[in-house]
Design a protein around this ligand. Structure first.
Ligand code: PGA
Length: 256
C-alpha cells in the first residue's frame, strides 16, 4: 500500500523566529487523530533545518525535508548546499526539480537526475517535481512534457530506488496562482504517470509510488483532490505557512 503524504514547501519564506513558531504551532495540533496514517513533511529553508530537526526530536508525526541540493557531492560551488550536508542534519528527504528551480535557476531534467542520485546515495528520499506550463497545457501536449521530465529525471534508476522516490505533479499554471487543476485534470495526469511507471518498471512498483498533487491546494479543494484514486496527497506551498490551513489539509488526507 503506497504512502499517503502531505508535504509543506515553505519556499523562501519565514524568518528564523517565524519558522520556529510555525514548527511549535504544528507540534501542538498534529495529534495521532489528525495525522492517522498520513505522512507529514515540512520543508523549511535549509538555514533552519538543524534547529527544526532538533525541535522535532521527540515528535513522531513530522518529517523534515530540504527544498533543493546541489548535484555534486562537494567542491568549489560557493553558496551551494550538498546532499551529504543535508543528510548530516538528520533530515528525511529533499525536494528536487521544483518548477521554480527549473524556471528561475535553469535546472534541467539531467541536473534533477543527478540530484535524485545524490539524495538516494545519502539515504534521503527524493520528492521529484514535474509539471507543465500554461502554454504546454493549452497546446494539448502537456502529457508528453510531463513524461519527458519523468523519463529523463528517473533515467538509470531501478525499481528498488522507487521506494525512496516520491513524485509530485505540479502544473506550473496552478502554483501560487489560486488556480487549481480540477480533480479530474489532476487525476488524469497522475494516472498517466502511473501508467508510464508501470511500463518503465512494473505494475507493483507503479502501484507503490506515492504521487502528490501541488498547485494552490487548500483546505477547500483538498478533499476533492484526495478523493481521486491516483492522488496520494499534496505538496503544499502557500497554505503550509498557516498552521490551521496545513492541518486542515492533513485532516482531509487522513479522512479521504
Ligand atoms: P502553492 O505552491 O500551494 O502555493 O500553489 C505549491 C508548490 O509550489 O509546491
Amino acid at each position: 500500500m503506497r504512502r499517503r503524504i502531505v508535504a509543506g514547501n515553505w519556499k523562501m519564506n519565514t524568518t528564523f523566529h517565524e519558522a520556529m513558531e510555525l514548527v511549535e504551532g504544528l507540534k501542538s495540533v498534529l495529534t495521532e487523530e489528525v495525522v492517522g496514517e498520513t505522512g507529514v513533511i515540512i520543508t523549511p529553508p535549509s538555514l533552519y533545518l538543524s534547529d527544526v530537526v532538533e525541535s522535532l526530536v521527540d515528535n513522531a508525526f513530522i518529517a523534515v525535508a530540504a527544498q533543493n541540493c546541489h548535484e555534486e557531492e562537494n567542491g568549489a560551488y560557493t553558496g551551494e548546499v550538498s546532499a551529504p550536508m543535508l543528510a548530516s542534519l538528520d533530515i528525511d528527504a529533499i525536494i528536487i526539480g521544483h518548477s521554480e528551480r527549473r524556471q528561475y535557476f535553469g535546472e534541467t531534467n539531467e541536473a534533477c537526475n543527478a540530484k535524485i542520485s545524490q539524495a538516494l546515495n545519502n539515504e534521503l528520499a527524493a520528492i521529484y517535481c514535474v509539471g507543465e506550463t500554461l502554454e504546454e497545457r493549452q497546446s494539448g501536449k502537456f502529457m508528453e512534457v510531463i513524461l519527458a521530465q519523468c523519463i529523463a529525471g528517473l533515467e538509470g534508476f531501478i525499481s528498488e530506488d522507487m521506494d525512496n522516490i516520491i513524485l509530485a505533479y505540479e502544473p506550473i499554471w496552478a502554483i501560487g496562482t489560486g488556480e487549481t487543476a480540477s480533480p479530474e485534470q489532476a487525476q488524469d495526469v497522475h494516472a498517466g504517470i502511473r501508467g508510464w511507471l508501470s511500463e518503465r518498471f512494473d505494475t507493483e512498483t507503479a502501484d507503490n509510488v506515492t504521487i502528490l498533487y501541488g498547485g494552490s491546494c487548500k483546505p477547500g479543494n483538498a478533499p476533492e483532490l484526495f478523493a481521486k484514486a491516483d492522488i496520494d496527497g499534496g505538496l503544499i506551498g502557500g497554505a503550509s505557512l498557516n498552521v490551521a490551513d496545513f492541518t486542515a489539509i492533513i485532516e482531509a488526507r487522513t479522512k479521504a
